[in-house]
Ligand binder design. Structure first.
Ligand SMILES: NC(=O)c1ccc[n+]([C@@H]2O[C@H](COP(=O)([O-])OP(=O)(O)OC[C@H]3O[C@@H](n4cnc5c(N)ncnc54)[C@H](OP(=O)(O)O)[C@@H]3O)[C@@H](O)[C@H]2O)c1
Length: 233
């Protein structure tokens, strides 16, 4: 049985992802800020604040086959009344990176080398199309740039995986705009199908998934070439 470690499981996309993983026979280990996993169907759970260094023995003796870095914050969300780019506070920029990049990196940099040593594993960062430079609209700089940096992390790991023998893939996944606390009730899509799509991608042969950026089952792609801000002249 394959063991998956998922961050941010007590609500939102992470909770649906745990359900989809369990439904396909995975054993699921969860971490999150809450003291309990809530309704998420996990086999084991640890309360971990991803803004802090990871505990040394998170799940002692457990081999992780699939890591999904899902936990995230969107602090500079204009829909929730956050001001414009120039009102972004140092603390919010820092907290965003602590969870969306440093927290993700702490998990990935701990588990990817173990997967490399075993020659098998999947690393997924739940990212966002908002992390693509071409989608930058002048708002949400903290969130967008943290996801851009997490995408860079995925690509860096994917390079190592591609150069090693075995069944290894690292990819980024955007669930689309989904109805969660972060996505708000206005979102057009439910989280459950997006979670099921991510689990399908885990079954794709490594060479077809490694180094890619998906939205649902489609390849979203990292970025396009060329000027991204129209020439005023
Ligand atoms: N919703 C969307 O439309 C959308 C679109 C594109 C990408 N995404 C991405 O999808 C992922 C999941 O988002 P969501 O919509 O499910 O968000 P959400 O409902 O706000 O849930 C966020 C999750 O992150 C966890 N988390 C936040 N801060 C943490 C910390 N310091 N330490 C540990 N865990 C922490 C929370 O844990 P607790 O429950 O324990 O507090 C929660 O489980 C995020 O990476 C987000 O950027 C979402």
């Amino acid at each position: 049985m394959s063991t998956a470690l998922v961050s941010g499981v007590s609500r939102g996309f992470g909770s649906h992802l745990c359900r989809a993983l369990r439904a396909t026979g995975h054993r699921v280990l969860g971490v999150g800020l809450s003291s309990s996993p809530g309704g998420a169907p996990v086999d084991d759970y640890r309360a971990v604040d991803l803004r802090e260094p990871l505990p040394r023995d998170l799940f002692p003796g457990q081999e992780i086959d699939v890591l999904v870095s899902n936990a995230g914050v969107y602090l500079d969300d204009p829909r929730l009344g956050y001001g414009d780019l120039f009102s972004l506070t140092d603390q919010d920029l820092r907290d965003t990176f602590e969870v969306n990049l440093f927290g993700a990196a702490r998990l990935v940099l701990r588990h990817a080398p173990l997967m490399l040593a075993r020659g098998a594993g999947r690393v997924v960062c739940v990212s966002s199309g908002m992390g693509r430079l071409q989608d930058a609209d002048g708002a949400s700089f903290a969130y967008r740039s943290s996801k851009l940096a997490a995408n860079s992390l995925v690509l860096s790991v994917a390079r190592h995986f591609a150069a090693a023998p075995g069944d290894l893939a690292a990819f980024a996944y955007c669930p689309g705009w989904i109805r969660t606390d972060m996505g708000t009730p206005d979102a057009p899509h439910e989280p459950a199908p997006a979670a099921e799509d991510l689990v399908r991608l885990l079954q794709v042969p490594a060479g077809q998934a490694n180094g890619r950026f998906f939205r649902g089952l489609e390849e979203l792609g990292w970025d396009t070439r060329g000027p991204m801000v129209a020439d005023a002249g």
